[in-house]
Design a protein around this ligand. Structure first.
Ligand SMILES: [Zn+2]
Length: 340
């Protein structure tokens, strides 16, 4: 394969080809030309354009080295008559609009700059420091632009504890793309406010659904910053709250019981909290005996179980009706802690 063809394939040229490769002192120069009257692209909108309007002066772009010699692409870009943008310079497929290096070289520079200092990167590629700085600025701007194009619609807010329950981290996920988007120290209102400051008001408007646990600072912050968003509590956290409520009722009942009644209720804590299908036969019998007594704990227990059927409904309407029914029941149940 000729070196010209090799370069053309490497650069992915369609409307252009490499007509000559020559030495210019220490540098290898690849001369590029348009193939016949192939369609060019407009640098304004990227669309294909048929008509040209003269050419610009010759330009050079630094590319990746070729056998340890600096490689330069040389070309005189056309001016094109774009039906949408008017007269513009053509878009060249090997480089960004005002770049003095090819996209391939810019990518290599950006990758290496994560490991080495900018001065080392400049020395490695034989570029001056300013060019490297410009490439990195461009890469960062492009990254931010890409991020802007992917707005957050569904986010999840979660807390994790580092070092056994004492130090907390708040994590925010993009649940559509399964990516972590933000992390902050702590789990206070201040922490979560930090996320919303980072997100900014404009980007906040795209958020439609927030999934988080029923931790008050999160709930308050979401209501304050994202009034348009739907709040969703996940099943694990809701069941945790239901169980907590049942347990509160149980402890309350325990204090009210007289000495004679206490043995019946002794060691029943896990009975009330376990899922019924996980109960052993003996536990099941004991639970149904307790259920015959019309006590607040029984009402709380039945309410918890009833509420959990919510997840068995497939159709949205039925599930919503069931939820309304349960909430009505909770309100009438005379169980203080259930009404919130
Ligand atoms: Zn255009």
């Amino acid at each position: 394969m000729l070196v010209e063809t090799c370069l053309r394939k490497g650069l992915g040229l369609k409307a252009h080809r490499v007509v000559a490769v020559r030495e210019d002192g220490d540098v290898i120069v690849a001369e590029i030309e348009r193939i016949g009257r192939r369609r060019l692209r407009c640098s304004g909108c990227g669309g294909a354009v048929q008509h040209t309007a003269g050419r610009r002066p010759p330009r050079r772009w630094r590319d990746l080295r070729l056998r340890d010699r600096p490689l330069v692409l040389a070309y005189r870009p056309y001016r094109v008559r774009c039906p949408r943008c008017g007269v513009r310079v053509e878009h060249v497929p090997w480089a960004a609009r005002w770049a003095r290096v090819t996209t391939a070289l810019a990518r290599a520079v950006a990758v290496l700059a994560r490991k080495l200092s900018w001065a080392e990167v400049a020395a490695h590629f034989g570029l001056d420091w300013k060019t490297v700085a410009a490439i990195i600025r461009e890469a960062v701007a492009r990254g931010l632009k890409l991020r802007r194009w992917r707005p957050l619609h569904v986010i999840g807010i979660d807390e994790v504890s580092r070092a056994k329950g004492q130090r907390y981290l708040t994590l925010v996920y993009d649940l559509e793309r399964h990516r972590l988007v933000w992390a902050g120290e702590g789990r206070t209102r201040d922490t979560i406010d930090g996320f919303f400051r980072w997100l900014g008001r404009r980007r906040s408007r795209a958020v439609r659904v927030v999934c988080c646990d029923m931790w008050d600072p999160y709930v308050e912050a979401v209501r304050a910053h994202l009034p348009q968003a739907e709040l969703v509590f996940d099943r694990f956290h809701i069941v945790q709250h239901l169980n907590h409520a049942v347990d509160t009722v149980r402890r309350h009942a325990w204090r009210q019981l007289t000495g004679a009644e206490r043995p019946t209720f002794k060691r029943t804590r896990w009975l009330w909290l376990k899922n019924p299908w996980n109960l052993k036969p003996a536990e099941s019998r004991r639970l149904s005996a307790l259920c015959r007594l019309n006590l607040p704990i029984v009402r709380a227990y039945l309410l918890k179980e009833e509420f959990q059927r919510f997840w068995d409904y497939v159709r949205q309407g039925t599930a919503a009706r069931h939820l309304t029914y349960c909430l009505g029941w909770a309100m009438r149940s005379r169980l203080e802690c259930w009404r919130t």
